[in-house]
Write a new protein. Structure first.
Length: 449
């Protein structure tokens, strides 16, 4: 029975993916209404797994957003590379618990392999440690937890043992365009979302290094590699220079922009990321692995382990690497399997080509929209385009029309007082033809709206 079920799911998944390029990007109203078919009373008796799968496919597949295709440009969403999709399915069959090395020697070993590859690709110090988490929010949380430990430990305080009650106060500095995931992480760590010192930014959202405050006492400075709207990078080299000798911990939120460091043509944007103390990124964005995959990089392994490690009589230490010592979770899925598959299938050259292709597509969007008379609000240095179609009302009408048309999908945003549409090109699957088809649809919707 299991063999037939796996063959059935492979057939259904293949059929879905074969049709992604032909379907509309957002589900139809009818498909969304049909989701009510899931709203049934839970039955008493067990059901045949084949029947369960058929029901899930019939009701679920039509109601999905085709974000794994080439014309989804919302929320900096990557697709799933073929190798990572296949690895994901194999990993599900293996069902490895990546908490302890003894749970899964394979998961522990692949984390070590991927750590070495990633550190080399991004030009980070060789001793940098890597944790495999759910996404950039938890990567920011983990990096900032290591930061909290380090800056308080330097002032004689063990925050893991004693908590924050009575601890020396920590100053947290962010740019005025700080991403909400960093603020959420700060809130969860007890450092507060609103007690941060905000540094002014320029017209592209880059932190103005000259406006950094004087540093005194335990301090964490949060920089950004890839503004969520413009793709711009904080001037990390200037920030590092101004903080030299202060003891401040430098954390970089690079949810998607950090991958630019792998491209020789874009690496200068990332500045001196090798001097950062911790960095956070998503693997399910520009590395294009399936969702629920992020990475945290911490230069000081001791700080990361101190913030994350736990011990108990039943937790048997491994010989080389226990993955739970680098992340908040204990039991968890083996995310390194898909990260390994992505890096192994792409290679250095393939990863760079994917990054550069997406950046070229973003530049093409910007060029054609400007040519049509619309205002591109950012310098297109990466894969992000922010465009205004006139008044706020007009822009909102165009965005609604594009989303209703469903040829492609783009989201709305607010950028330095302007209502705008954001185009994020992040998928391996996006082709020149996808871009041209999407440009035509956007311009048609703009004229009609």
């Amino acid at each position: 029975m299991l063999e037939n079920l796996l063959k059935d799911v492979a057939s259904r998944a293949t059929r879905y993916l074969d049709g992604v390029t032909q379907r509309r990007v957002f589900p139809s109203p009818a498909a969304l209404r049909d989701l009510q078919g899931f709203m049934v009373e839970l039955q008493d008796e067990s059901l045949d797994p084949a029947k369960v799968l058929a029901e899930l496919d019939a009701l679920g597949s039509p109601a999905t957003v085709a974000s794994t295709g080439g014309r989804y440009f919302g929320f900096v969403t990557g697709g799933a590379l073929p190798a990572t999709l296949a690895a994901n399915m194999l990993a599900a069959a293996w069902d490895q618990n990546a908490g302890l090395e003894l749970n899964s020697p394979l998961a522990s070993h692949l984390e070590r392999v991927c750590r070495d590859w990633l550190v080399s690709l991004l030009g980070l110090p060789a001793q940098t440690e890597v944790g495999f988490v759910t996404g950039a929010t938890m990567a920011n949380f983990t990096g900032l937890a290591a930061a909290r430990h380090a800056v308080l430990h330097a002032h004689g305080w063990d925050v893991e043992a004693q908590g924050l009650f009575g601890a020396p106060p920590i100053t947290v500095v962010v740019g005025d365009e700080v991403h909400v995931s960093v603020l959420k992480a700060l809130g969860m760590l007890g450092l507060g979302r609103e007690r941060v010192i905000r540094v002014p930014v320029d017209g592209q959202g880059r932190m103005t290094a000259a406006r950094l405050p004087a540093i005194d006492g335990p301090t964490i400075v949060c920089a950004q590699a890839g503004n969520v709207n413009t793709g711009a990078f904080d001037p990390l080299g200037d920030i590092v220079a101004r903080l030299h000798g202060t003891g401040a911990w430098i954390h970089v939120d690079g949810a998607f922009g950090l991958w630019a460091a792998a491209s020789p043509a874009r690496r200068a944007l990332a500045g001196r990321i090798d001097l950062a103390d911790s960095l956070a990124t998503d693997a399910h964005k520009w590395l294009n692995v399936p969702y629920d995959s992020g990475l945290v990089f911490v230069r000081d392994r001791r700080a990361l382990n101190a913030a994350m490690s736990v011990s108990a009589a039943y937790l048997i230490a491994g010989y080389t690497r226990d993955p739970h010592s680098f992340v908040p979770e204990g039991s968890r899925r083996a995310r390194a399997i898909e990260v390994w598959a992505a890096l192994r299938s792409l290679g250095r050259r393939g990863l760079v080509e994917m990054i550069e292709r997406n950046c070229r597509h973003a530049a093409r969007f910007a060029s054609e929209l400007r040519k049509a008379g619309y205002q591109v609000l950012n310098d297109v240095v990466l894969n992000q385009v922010v465009v205004s179609f006139g008044t706020p009302e007009a822009t909102r009408r165009v965005i609604a029309a594009i989303q209703e048309d469903r040829t492609c999908w783009c989201g709305g945003t607010s950028w330095q007082g302007n209502t705008a549409m954001r185009i994020s090109v992040s998928s391996w699957a996006t082709t020149d033809a996808d871009v041209e088809q999407s440009i035509a649809a956007i311009l048609r919707c703009a004229r009609e709206a």
